[in-house]
Design a protein around this ligand. Structure first.
Ligand code: FE2
Ligand code: FE2
Length: 478
């Protein structure tokens, strides 16, 4: 078990005080991080006591400590999962060699890129969600939002630790730049598309934490296999926190669906909107949107970058041990590739792609299967209520902005359609400004009374850490 030091300025289990130079660099970055948090983190509520869990160690029963804390005083720390003694690299060209404790010189640039790209998503999501407190459905949900936010802040710390400890001057510059880019800002946007999309209300927030945080899970699983051991250990611990973010999304949508079917039963036309709820087709459109922008995050279907990451033993597949062959030099994957001639779409053809070049697609397929599980649960709620509507994940080709399907138009079943047909039908498939306006209109009156829940969402079955649902999870004077 690694020793945990929580008395220092930066809580850590990496023996930070033994490396004075690194400690000084991180302590110099800390106030800049807190400035960023106050400026770009949750709007309002910064002086309120929030019932949060804080990582204080990495052992399975003791890492989460629950107490009231004001968010700017949250103890963001550096925690790596305990090392696996004599760990060997599990895939790629360096399979079987000792895991690297320092950065291999020839992979320095691509490894830095991987760390920066992962790191950039963490503050981005906090920025996307910064206004949601003003329209929250309950104190329980408000607390969950802030739990997710402080942990994304800690994930940024995790990546900044790697940059500062292993990438010298470049790493320090990247650490600064992570605090300078801004989600949705056209001049200095965040690196990946989904992290620049506005998250205007709680239906988007729950969809984001279900679908976009789940991309995070798969990226972290792939990086947890890394031959670069500090990255593997950091991401392994981040995964324990990520599980809660997806829980917030899955149960959030589930509770909306529960309330919606209740309202449909109340109304003689089964009209949830007439009762002040969110109708099922609207929820489906937000599923379509956040799922498709999250699919983009996995990168191109056929990718030499992905092949390089795998070959250099830096980024593996999720749970690499479940595969038989970890070198992936002889297999292929069949991918449906659009045939485009002189700018015109001519149809699809199946192409055999060397497996290493298809690693993004391998990871995306796992994500697709995992995403389906939530829909199955939500559909059971609808079925039990006696309604015939069912949620469906759109086809992988639908509404894509990167990869081989970008720039082409497909319907939710994956059938190619004309641009005119897309324009005519898109409001049925992805949220329109009117959908956003409607959903937002339901949330205009935030709920800060612990005994109340907004009309459009059901109460959760239980509270946090054994506390009742109506616990004052955030002490806020309305
Ligand atoms: Fe994260
Ligand atoms: Fe997350």
């Amino acid at each position: 078990m690694s020793t945990v030091v929580t008395s220092e300025k930066i809580p850590n289990n990496v023996d930070l005080s033994s490396d004075k130079k690194l400690q000084r660099a991180l302590e110099a970055w800390q106030p800049k991080f807190v400035d960023w948090w106050k400026q770009m983190g949750p709007e309002g509520f910064q002086e309120d006591d929030v019932y949060l869990r804080t990582a204080v160690s990495v052992d399975s029963d003791g890492w989460a400590h629950y107490d009231y804390v004001k968010m700017p005083d949250y103890r963001w720390g550096i925690f790596l999962a305990d090392p696996i003694p004599d760990r060997k690299i599990g895939f790629g060209d360096f399979m079987g060699q000792d895991a690297w404790q320092s950065v291999p010189g020839e992979f320095r640039n691509i490894l830095r890129r991987l760390v920066v790209t992962q790191g950039d998503t963490e503050p981005a999501s906090v920025e996307q969600q910064r206004l949601l407190g003003a329209i929250c459905p309950s104190l329980y949900d408000l607390r969950n939002l802030y739990q997710v936010n402080v942990e994304e802040g800690r994930h940024l710390w995790a990546m900044v630790y790697l940059l500062q400890s292993h990438f010298g001057r470049d790493g320090r510059e990247e650490a600064e730049a992570l605090l300078e880019r801004r989600s949705g800002n056209p001049d200095k946007p965040r690196i990946l598309g989904a992290f620049n999309e506005p998250c205007k209300h709680w239906l988007s927030f729950f969809s984001f934490t279900y679908f976009t945080d789940r991309d995070g899970k798969y990226q972290l699983l792939a990086l947890a296999e890394s031959g670069f051991d500090p990255l593997a250990r950091t991401t392994r611990f981040m995964l324990t926190e990520e599980a809660h973010h997806m829980f917030v999304g899955e149960t959030g949508i589930q509770r909306i669906v529960e309330r919606t079917v209740e309202l449909m039963k109340k109304n003689k036309n089964e009209d949830a909107r007439a009762e002040g709820g969110i109708d099922l087709p609207t929820i489906q459109r937000f599923i379509n949107f956040w799922y498709s922008v999250s699919l983009d995050l996995f990168g191109g279907e056929i990718s030499s970058n992905a092949a390089n990451y795998f070959a250099s033993s830096l980024k593996g597949r999720a749970k690499e041990e479940k595969y038989e062959d970890h070198v992936a030099l002889t297999q292929v994957m069949n991918i449906d590739v659009p045939i485009v001639e002189a700018g015109a779409f001519k149809g699809m053809k199946s192409e055999e792609v060397p497996l290493r070049n298809a690693m993004n697609e391998v990871l995306r397929e796992e994500y697709v299967a995992d995403s389906q599980r939530g829909l199955d649960k939500w559909n059971r709620v609808i079925e039990k209520a006696g309604f015939s509507f069912r949620f469906k994940l759109p086809h992988k080709r639908f509404h894509r902005a990167s990869g081989i399907y970008a720039g082409l138009t497909f319907d939710p079943e994956g059938r190619p359609i004309s641009r005119e047909e897309w324009e005519a039908k898109k409001d049925e498939w992805v949220p329109s400004p009117a959908d956003d306006a409607y959903v937002l209109s339901l949330m205009q009156k935030p709920i800060y009374d612990p005994n109340q829940m907004a009309n459009w969402i059901a109460a959760p079955p239980r509270g946090i850490k054994g506390q009742p649902v109506n616990y004052a999870y955030v002490r806020h004077e309305a």
